[in-house]
Design a binder for this molecule. Structure first.
Ligand code: ASP
Ligand code: MG
Length: 447
């Protein structure tokens, strides 16, 4: 049997304080993790975002007090441990932060490059401290602090850099299987050595890239929830943890609003068919959720997701009747403005698409669309998605759905592109009651 190679990722709450770090270290010891990817301590990345912004806008005092609170928190964490060499490294990170802040304030300009560099400090501080915590837990092992920037090579698209897969694979070959590595989520570096980030919440993605690079046998995402739930527990009282789910279903869930996985997380794991585990650091013995290529149990509806802040754009042009090329023109505009479409329906002379509300701020995009046809904009919608299997062939499913929703109106729906999801758009105010009813009839009463 192939020896196990485990990549484990711990989110910000699992790094939140010393006891959370100790719990996380215990899990690494128990699971025999090879590479451990950590997020910044909870809330730190948000603070660093503010620090960078305040430095560039001349809010010196507020900026300084925020910097101080970040330093205090990390110094206090490290001081709770027996004396170690990391104190000096931590000081050097503080100096780096001070220099960055000075430069940004001096120039009154926050470049994307400087922004990524500032944000990298959150993960660098937490991983430094966590390395010490893990060394105490695994005194017999060689626990190495690995700079993710030497492995996660990316392009230079600061703020949301694209990983360079073959460079990452090459760099991973340098890792020694006798060591245990602690490294940072969400950061990388471009080919010139500049620090980059993969985008907010990108630590899961980093972990999946490491898993792909080291040919892991499992990728474990440790967070503060006990696995992937059948729907958002804040919306519905009777959610259950899903024991097993396929990549395809999990990908749809992420795409349509489930908060637990970064949509791109799944891609590197899927490429190598690596099973992904999602579990809670605070409840490590609960079964959690396994996400695999194939799963035995394939219910019609496994989960229900909600995506809020949806806007329905309807573009109509009577000249579309019996004509061709309009769709191409419209989707060309979406492509050029990098606007992602979630749901589409068409009629003879119009096309309706859902987009995130933030798209409306792109006034150039809207005016370009107006050159193609008349636009109607309807706001305050939520997209509900039923995620499951073989949805085309479930004879009474539509009846159950419409019966459950008979008090609410459905503005738009889509089924047909994928057999894993059925989407419909309802008024935001109707979304939660609709999800509760659907959850009862399609999940609680069946699975
Ligand atoms: N710390 C980063 C963020 O908050 C990355 C992550 O936690 O996934 O966005
Ligand atoms: Mg996170």
């Amino acid at each position: 049997m192939k020896p196990s190679v485990v990549v484990s990722k711990f989110g910000g709450t699992s790094m939140g304080d010393l006891s959370a770090m100790e719990r996380s270290a215990g899990i690494c010891a128990e699971k025999n993790s090879f590479v451990i990817v950590v997020s910044a301590t909870s809330g730190t990345t948000d603070k660093l975002v503010q620090v960078a912004r305040m430095a560039s806008s001349g809010q010196e005092e507020e900026c300084a007090s925020l910097v101080l609170s970040i330093k205090d928190r990390h110094k206090t964490l490290l001081n709770q441990l027996p004396k170690n060499d990391s104190a000096e490294i931590l000081e050097s990170y503080f100096t780096e932060l001070d220099l960055l802040v000075q430069n940004i304030s001096l120039l009154k300009e926050l470049t994307p490059k400087a922004h990524d560099h500032v944000l990298s400090l959150g993960e660098r501080m937490s991983s430094l401290i966590f390395t010490e915590v893990l060394r105490l837990k695994l005194p017999q092992k060689s626990v190495v602090l690995l700079d993710a920037r030497t492995i996660i090579k990316t392009d230079s698209n600061f703020g949301k850099a694209m990983p360079l897969i073959s460079e990452i694979a090459k760099a991973c070959k340098k890792l020694d299987s006798n060591c245990v590595y602690v490294t940072q989520g969400f950061i990388g570096s471009d080919l010139e050595g500049n620090t980059t980030i993969l985008g907010r919440g990108g630590s899961d993605y980093s972990a999946a890239l490491f898993a792909e690079g080291v040919n892991a046998t499992a990728l474990e995402i440790w967070t503060d929830v006990a696995g992937v739930a059948t729907t958002d527990p804040r919306l519905c009282p009777n959610t259950k943890i899903i024991p097993e789910i396929s990549y395809a279903e999990a990908g749809e869930m992420a795409q349509y609003g489930a908060k637990i996985l970064h949509p791109a997380t799944i891609a590197p794991a899927v490429r190598k068919s690596i099973p992904v585990f999602v579990g809670s650091t605070f409840d490590k013995d609960s079964p959690g959720t396994w996400i695999r290529k194939t799963v035995d149990h394939q219910p019609a509806v496994r989960a229900i997701t909600k995506r809020s802040h949806q806007v329905l754009l309807t573009i109509s042009n009577p000249n579309m009747l019996n004509a061709y090329g309009f769709m191409g023109e419209i989707f060309g505009l979406f492509g050029r403005h990098r606007v992602s479409v979630d749901c589409v329906t068409t009629s003879e002379i119009s096309i309706a698409v859902t987009v995130d509300r933030a798209t409306l701020e792109n006034t150039k995009f809207i005016s370009d669309l107006e050159s193609v046809g008349k636009i109607d904009i309807e706001t305050d919608y939520a997209l509900i998605s039923l995620i499951g299997n073989d949805l085309f062939n479930r004879a009474s499913l539509a009846k159950t759905i419409f019966t459950s929703l008979d008090e609410h109106s459905i503005r738009m729906m889509s089924l047909g592109a994928s057999s894993y999801n059925f989407n419909f758009l309802v008024k935001e105010a109707d979304a939660t009651p609709s999800i509760q009813k659907l959850h009862r009839t399609l999940i609680e009463m069946i699975n």
